[in-house]
Write a protein of this length. Structure first.
Ligand SMILES: C[S@@+](CC[C@H](N)C(=O)[O-])C[C@H]1O[C@@H](n2cnc3c(N)ncnc32)[C@H](O)[C@@H]1O
Length: 251
């Protein structure tokens, strides 16, 4: 579908693109299988069926591809060229278009959208509450009044205990070998998580992420400041990684 793919450059430096070649190379084989998309799509279904939909942080299309089967149109936005390259290498349906852009800047997409969503904490890739509120405002600006935003955001009840443990090694789900997380939290509430995947017989793959870890009430406050009314919150049951928020663009 590259004919309808935009490739939009923005002002952020490339060092600021968190998802590089290493994580993109293992995302579909070693990371995505830990969180099957079916439950996510079921929760999105009432909002995206037959709708014009925007995904923020589309990644390799784990959710966008099944959503495209029930939506009228999906625009997937991401600032990582390697993640988008993984998605473009798949059989991307004609009702999906991809935009390389940074959600911390005004979004270069033509609204209005009937619904938006962002899964696996993509919107937590921000430095502070102001940047999160700005990102949410950029989404609000391209939504129709009354449109929904469905949002998965890092759950403090799951991640704060991991900070206390500092290093956690787990069997890699559905795969041989182990995944080791090294987790720190700084005074500005930025969680830094290093991931090292040791697959049987293969060289280790290492990458890092920085996300803003804030309480549920603060996420709700950012949504509210950006012009959303929070309608429902599904709180994660530890060890589930993300809370789920359903919010509606103010009319
Ligand atoms: C954990 S992945 C989630 C991918 C996909 N939504 C899923 O559920 O499998 C987070 C995605 O957010 C993207 N991302 C992070 N910061 C971004 C930013 N500032 N602008 C646009 N995309 C960003 C990353 O490149 C990555 O593809």
């Amino acid at each position: 579908m590259t004919q309808n793919a935009l490739d939009t450059r923005h002002t952020r430096d490339t060092w600021d693109v968190q998802y590089g070649d290493a994580v993109a190379s293992v995302y579909d084989s070693l990371i995505a299988p830990a969180l099957p998309a079916e439950a996510t799509v079921d929760r999105l279904r009432p909002h995206v069926t037959g709708a014009r939909v925007l995904e923020i942080g589309v990644g390799t299309g784990r959710v966008a591809l099944p959503v495209a089967a029930i939506a009228a149109q999906v625009v997937g936005l991401d600032n990582s060229r390697p993640m988008l390259d993984e998605l473009r290498a798949k059989a991307v349906p004609g009702n999906v278009s991809l935009v390389r852009a940074d959600f911390r800047e005004p979004l270069p997409v033509a609204g209005p959208f009937d619904a938006a969503y962002s899964t696996m904490g993509s919107l937590a890739c921000v430095a502070d509450r102001e940047e999160l509120t700005a990102a949410l405002s950029h989404i609000r600006a391209v939504l129709a009044p009354g449109a929904t935003l469905s949002l998965e955001y890092y759950a403090t009840g799951t991640y704060r205990p991991l900070v206390a443990q500092h290093t956690v090694t787990l069997p890699t789900p559905h795969h041989g070998g182990t995944t080791t997380f090294t987790i720190t939290l700084d005074d500005a509430d930025v969680l830094t998580m290093g991931t090292r995947i040791d697959a049987d017989g293969e060289p280790p793959v290492e990458f890092g992420e920085r996300v803003l870890l804030i309480e549920r009430e603060e996420v709700e406050a950012c949504l509210s400041r950006a012009g959303f009314t929070v309608e429902r919150v599904y709180a994660a049951q530890s060890p589930q990684p993300y809370d789920w928020y359903t919010a509606r663009a103010a009319t």
